[in-house]
Design a binder for this molecule. Structure first.
Ligand code: DGT
Ligand code: CA
Ligand code: CA
Ligand code: ZN
Length: 578
């Protein structure tokens, strides 16, 4: 049983099938069936793997899942792959998927590019754009050509780096596979994965063993491997079916710490470290720290840092930003931890685009030991998500009043995610906002406005007396959408001045504020609130990704608003909230 196949992974595969069928101009009903399947898998609040393993139940019990789709899902769940997809790849080059990742270039347009110009790769597309061939195609034009060139950079990057959360799933699978290898003394994932970077280029696994051959043979049997791209005496590289690459290095016990330090990086951090070693007439490399010929450290990572009279930096801080200054000044921040988090102040319910009811979200938050939560559904402007008008919002608040009497052990706050309108101003009248416990304002429309306009909208929202926080302050989607053109410094300054919170949206595709934004918030004295923006009960579990990003930004418990009790936070926010 492939325990690692998640609903999102199934949805991704079904989406790919739909995209490729559309690319091939297949029967529209067939295409739609896969798209529906993908949506159902993504929206489902329980795991398909669990459901399918339950002898009492069947996938076809789910509304919208027919026999054919259920079979495909079962195959995916049990084998981790889909023969249909492999069949399609015999007809269609896999690289066309990267074309479809360009914003505004769906399967249909990609198909025209293929039929008319034989384009199957990003490089070929770029060349064709530069030769003015694309604008000449029916349905394209100069505007499309420009958009393609602009989006190309993003699509190329997206193809190369995956979200940390996805890397984590694979890393966990890999470590559990490697555990059954008897000749391993210790092992650890290094690289950007260990530094908790928001995206990961490849995985770097470090193993301590005296028998590199056995370890590499065992590694080669990891079920996700598609091809071995290199193998030497003590190192090996592979590529997975998902196209992610993994580097394995086998070292001996007396240099494991040095290797871990070296391969954790970052490169910039290591370069700086080497310079500091040199200044002390020491040498450092992946085998150890040396005074002349004599090895003075290497067994443990902390030993390596101690030899250089440095603290063993948390991996999240090893980017050569401020960590060396902090160490020199005795000002290392004590980083915030998941266990510090007491509340979650951004989540949705079935009242708008959430998939779980108010009660389900409350119960799930209680299960997760949260002390308080704010229910923050969308406001009316967000028509796509059936945003709440004053009447519906007040109806939800009456429901919250009722729940408060029935459920104890958790504080349920009456909140709203209030849109900042395109022309400025908030989406709900003041008398409504005045009744809320918590108001988080966000931009969903007019994201492409010029810098001054978008910044002014945000500043106005921050200055509004009923605003508590600004959600996802830059609007970026990792690998998919650039941040708004906003003067973040001005926003941070205003937030600090008016005592408003800035969100670090913890969803793995947002992580917005990012690490640099967090560091900047801290230096301006602005408080950050880490929030999940959950649309399902499992959505509440992304909090940990937000905490990782906050740590990378050097945030301490004191910098993170929701590490306080609600009473405390309410006071901090001022008398404005009830
Ligand atoms: P990634 O894979 O692009 O997400 O980022 P990393 O940091 O995992 O980079 P990767 O996989 O190329 O290398 C892993 C670590 O090995 C890197 O963080 C630092 C170390 N490293 C690699 N090449 C060099 C180098 O030329 N000089 C130094 N000082 N360190 C290196
Ligand atoms: Ca790496
Ligand atoms: Ca690597
Ligand atoms: Zn939201």
């Amino acid at each position: 049983m492939h325990n690692a196949v998640t609903n999102d992974q199934i949805a991704d595969v079904l989406d790919q099938v739909a995209d490729l069928l559309e690319f091939e101009a297949a029967n529209p009903f067939r295409i739609r069936a896969y798209r529906n399947g993908s949506r159902i898998a993504r929206d489902l609040t329980e795991s398909l793997a669990t459901l399918s393993a339950d002898p009492e139940r069947q996938l076809t019990d789910l509304p919208g899942i027919g026999k054919d789709l259920a079979e495909k899902m079962d195959t995916l769940l049990t084998t981790g792959r889909l023969p249909l997809l492999e069949e399609i790849f015999e007809r269609v080059p896999q690289s066309v998927l990267s074309l479809m990742r360009i914003p505004g270039l769906g399967p249909k347009k990609a198909s025209v590019l293929y039929r008319e110009l034989g384009i199957t790769t990003l490089a070929a597309l770029k060349a064709a754009c530069e030769a003015d061939q694309v604008r000449a195609l029916k349905g394209f034009g100069t505007k499309t050509e420009e958009a393609i060139l602009a989006g190309m950079e993003l699509a190329a990057a997206a193809g190369e780096r995956i979200y940390w959360a996805d890397a984590d799933r694979i890393a966990t699978q890999l470590l559990s596979h490697m555990k059954s290898c008897p000749t391993i003394e210790q092992m650890q994932m290094a690289g950007s994965y260990r530094r908790r970077r928001e995206t990961v280029g490849d995985l770097d696994l470090l193993v301590d063993s005296e028998d590199a051959t056995k370890v590499m043979d065992h590694f080669g049997r990891f079920s996700e491997i598609k091809s071995v791209t290199g193998r030497g005496e003590t190192k090996m590289s592979v590529r997975l079916e998902s196209s992610l690459a993994i580097d394995l290095r086998v070292v001996s016990t007396d240099s494991f710490g040095a290797a871990l330090q070296y391969f954790t990086g970052s490169k910039a951090h290591n370069v700086r470290l080497r310079g500091m070693a040199k200044a002390r007439k020491l040498k450092i490399n992946e085998y150890g720290v040396f005074a002349g010929e004599k090895k003075i450290a290497g067994r443990t990572e902390s030993g390596v840092y101690t030899a250089l009279e440095l603290p063993c930096f948390p991996p999240e801080l090893r980017e050569d930003r401020e960590e060396f200054d902090w160490a020199a000044n005795g000002a290392m921040p004590e980083l915030v931890d998941l266990s510090d988090i007491r509340g979650d102040l951004h989540m949705h319910t079935t009242a708008t685009d959430g998939k779980c009811t108010l009660r389900e979200m409350v119960e799930a938050a209680k299960d997760r030991q949260l002390q308080y939560i704010a229910i923050t559904d969308h406001s009316q402007r967000v028509t796509m998500a059936r945003g709440l008008n004053p009447d519906r919002l007040r109806r939800q608040w009456r429901e919250i009043d009722k729940l408060r009497k029935e459920v104890d052990g958790i504080t349920i706050l009456k909140g709203i995610e209030c849109d900042i309108l395109e022309k400025g101003g908030l989406d709900l009248p003041d008398d409504v906002l005045a009744e809320a416990d918590y108001v988080v304002c966000s931009i969903h429309y007019g994201q492409n406005q010029p810098r001054k306009q978008i910044t002014d909208r945000m500043l106005e929202a921050i200055e509004h007396p009923y605003t508590s926080a600004i959600a996802h302050p830059t609007g970026r989607l990792i690998n998919r959408r650039k941040p708004y053109d906003v003067d973040l410094e001005a926003v941070l300054r205003a937030a600090a001045e008016h005592k408003k919170l800035l969100e670090l949206n913890a969803h793995p595709s947002r992580l917005d504020l990012d690490d640099i934004g967090c560091a900047s918030a801290r230096s301006h004295g602005a408080q950050v609130v880490i929030a999940t923006d959950a649309h399902t009960i499992v959505g509440l579990d992304v909090m940990r990704y937000g905490v990782m990003q906050a740590r990378r930004g050097g945030l301490t418990k004191k910098d993170v608003a929701n590490s306080r009790s609600w009473d405390d936070l309410k006071k901090w926010l001022g008398g404005r909230t009830r």
